[in-house]
Design a protein around this ligand. Structure first.
Ligand code: FB9
Length: 500
C-alpha cells in the first residue's frame, strides 16, 4: 500500500466528503465515472477512496465495467490528419504524378499503407502516372476514429475493421455504483484501532468507532534464518549416526595435503584421480608444512616395496608429490588422519562419521557439481568382516527408510574388498546406486601402527543425492550453488528421511 503524500491525503479527504455529502441527499451515485466528471474529481482517486469507504462500510460499492475503445497512436494521427489512403489521394494532383514524386510528398508509412489501401479502394490509376480514378472520396475512417475519440459508439463491423488495422484497442473501464453503507455517516470519523490507556482513563472510548478486527490479517512476516534443505538432511543423517553410537570427525579443513588425501590411503602417485583433471591443486599454499616423518617413511616403503605381505606398487615414491596441497577430494582424508591418530593414541574400537564438503574437478551436469557433501561412516574394531560391513550398511540404510539393498563388487585404491551399494527405489521403480563401501587395506592401516587384528570397514555416499530425491529436485544446480532460488530456501516442505 503506497503512502499517500499530504497533498494526496487532503485531495482524498475532499473526494470523501464530496461522496459522503452527496449520499446524504441522494439515494445512489449511479456511475462513479460520470460523478467524477460532474464534480471535477479524478476518477482513479475516487475509486481508491470508495474502496476505503467500502472497507469501513461507510458506503456499499457495486462494480460496473464498461468496455471502451481507444485510439492507438497511429489511430490518433489519422483522426487528426486523415486516413493514409485519403492523404495519398489528396496528394495526387489532377494531372497525375509519378509514384516517386508522390512518395516524396508523404510520410513513408502513410504512403505505404495509404497507397495500398487507395488502390484497394480502386481510387487510383497507376499507368502511365499515378492519377485519381474517382473524382472525390469521403474519409470514413477518419470520421469513425473521431467518433471513437469522442466516446461515441460504432457499428461492430467498423470496430472490427479499425481493430484489424490496429488503429483502436479495447479499454476496460471500471467504475462503481455507490450507495450508503451499514455504517454510513456524512463525515468519516477515524476508526480507532487501539484501546489505549488514555481513552480508557478519559472514558472517551464510549464514543469511538473501533475498526473491526481483521482476524484474517497475516501477522508481520517474521523474517528469520532458514536452513538450506541440505543442512536439514545433514542434521537427519547426523542424528542417525549419533543414535548408532558414532562420533563426528573434525572436517573443518577443506585444504588437505596429498599425503593424507591420497598417499596415506595407499593411492599410488600416478593414479589418474591425482592429476589436475580430477583434483584441485593449490598454488598458495602449494606445499604442506608438516608431515609426520616416521610415518611418512613407512608410507613411502609400502608404496615402493610393499610389506606386511603386500608387494606394494614398486614405483619410486616422491615426497614432493605427497606435499602438494589439494582441495580434499573426499572426507576419507579425514578418516586417514583419525585412524593414524587412533593408532598413535593407542587403539580402542571406534565408530566415526563425517559429513562435509569435498571437491572434484569434474564436469558439471544435472547431478554433479565441482563440490558436494560426502557422508562417510567408519567402524574400527578387531576381527571385523565383510559381513559386519553388510550388517552395518543394512542398519544404516534402514534408518533412511531404505530396506532392500544389493551389493556390487567395486574397486577403490584404499579398500579391498569394495562394494557399490544399490537400493530398489519404489517411486523411481529402479535400482539406485546409494553409495560405495569397503574394508580399508592393510597397506593403509598397518603403516599407521594399528594392531594386526584391527580391521576397519567404511562406506560413503553424498548428501546431495538423497536431498534431491527427498525434495524432488531434478537438477543439482537448483539445490546448491549461485543459481539457487532463495524461495526454495525460504519455503520448502518438511522432508523426513525414512518417511516412505
Ligand atoms: O550418494 C549416492 N547415491 C545416493 C545416496 C542416497 C540416496 O538416498 C535416497 C533417499 C533415498 C540416493 C542416492 N551416491 C554416491 C551414488 C551415486 O549418486 C554416484 O553416482 C555419485 N556418488 C558421488 C561421487 O561421485 C563421484 C555419490 C557420491 C559418493 C560416492 C562414493 C563415496 C562417497 C560419495 C564413497 C566412499 C567410500 C568408499 C569406501 C570407504 C570409504 C568411503
Amino acid at each position: 500500500m503506497v503512502a499517500l503524500s499530504d497533498k494526496e491525503v487532503t485531495k482524498a479527504q475532499h473526494v470523501e466528503e464530496v461522496i459522503l455529502s452527496h449520499l446524504q441527499t441522494h439515494e445512489e451515485i449511479v456511475n462513479s465515472g460520470e460523478f467524477a466528471k460532474a464534480n471535477g474529481l479524478e476518477h482513479d482517486l475516487l475509486l481508491s477512496v470508495v474502496q476505503s469507504l467500502h472497507g469501513f462500510n461507510y458506503v456499499e460499492a457495486q462494480d460496473i465495467k464498461k468496455e471502451a475503445w481507444v485510439l492507438t497512436e497511429e489511430g490518433n494521427s489519422y483522426a487528426t490528419l486523415g486516413s493514409p489512403e485519403v492523404q495519398v489521394y489528396k496528394a495526387i494532383p489532377l494531372e497525375g504524378i509519378s509514384r516517386e514524386d508522390l512518395q516524396k510528398k508523404l510520410d513513408v508509412s502513410v504512403f505505404k499503407i495509404g497507397f495500398a489501401k487507395a488502390m484497394g479502394n480502386k481510387w487510383l490509376e497507376t499507368k502511365p502516372l499515378v492519377s485519381r480514378k474517382v473524382s472525390n472520396v469521403e474519409d470514413q475512417v477518419q470520421q469513425q476514429l473521431v467518433h471513437i475519440r469522442n466516446g461515441q459508439d460504432l457499428a461492430a463491423a467498423d470496430i472490427d475493421a479499425l481493430k484489424k488495422r490496429k488503429l483502436i484497442i479495447p479499454l476496460i473501464w471500471k467504475g462503481y455504483s455507490i450507495r450508503k453503507g451499514t455504517s454510513y455517516a456524512p463525515k468519516r470519523t477515524k476508526a480507532a484501532t487501539d484501546l489505549t490507556r488514555e481513552v480508557l482513563q478519559r472514558g472517551t472510548w464510549k464514543d469511538l468507532v473501533f475498526k473491526d478486527y481483521n482476524y484474517n490479517a497475516l501477522g508481520q512476516p517474521t523474517e528469520g534464518g532458514h536452513l538450506h534443505p541440505l543442512l536439514k538432511v545433514r542434521a537427519q543423517f547426523r542424528e542417525i549416526f549419533l543414535e548408532m553410537g558414532f562420533e563426528e570427525m573434525p572436517t573443518n579443513n577443506f585444504i588437505e595435503s596429498s599425503f593424507w588425501n591420497f598417499d596415506a590411503l595407499f593411492q599410488p602417485q600416478q593414479h589418474p584421480a591425482r592429476d589436475s583433471h580430477d583434483t584441485f591443486f593449490l598454488q598458495v599454499p602449494e606445499k604442506a608444512q608438516f608431515l609426520p616423518e616416521d610415518y611418512l617413511q613407512r608410507v613411502k616403503e609400502i608404496h615402493e616395496h610393499g610389506g606386511y605381505g603386500s608387494i606394494g606398487y614398486g614405483y619410486n615414491w616422491k615426497r614432493e608429490d605427497a606435499e602438494k596441497n589439494v582441495l580434499r577430494t573426499h572426507t576419507t582424508a579425514v578418516s586417514s588422519r583419525m585412524l593414524y591418530k587412533l593408532a598413535q593414541d593407542g587403539f580402542t574400537p571406534k565408530r566415526y562419521f563425517s559429513i562435509d564438503r569435498v571437491f572434484r574437478n569434474e564436469a558439471v551436469d544435472r547431478t554433479h557439481l565441482a563440490e558436494f557433501h560426502q557422508i562417510e561412516g567408519v567402524v574400527c574394531d578387531r576381527g571385523l568382516t565383510l559381513g559386519d560391513l553388510i550388517g552395518v550398511l543394512n542398519e544404516f540404510f534402514s534408518r533412511l527408510g531404505i530396506r532392500k539393498l544389493r551389493f556390487k563388487p567395486a574397486y577403490n585404491p584404499y579398500t579391498e574388498p569394495s562394494m557399490e551399494i544399490f537400493s530398489y527405489h519404489d517411486t523411481l521403480k529402479k535400482w539406485v546406486e546409494v553409495g560405495n563401501s569397503g574394508m580399508f587395506r592393510p597397506e593403509m592401516l598397518l603403516p599407521m601402527g594399528l594392531p594386526e587384528d584391527v580391521s576397519v570397514i567404511a562406506w560413503g555416499l553424498s548428501l546431495e543425492r538423497p536431498t534431491m530425491i527427498l525434495y524432488g529436485i531434478d537438477n543439482i544446480r537448483d539445490l546448491f550453488g549461485h543459481k539457487v532460488d532463495l524461495k526454495l530456501i525460504k519455503s520448502n516442505p518438511i522432508c523426513r528421511l525414512g518417511m516412505r
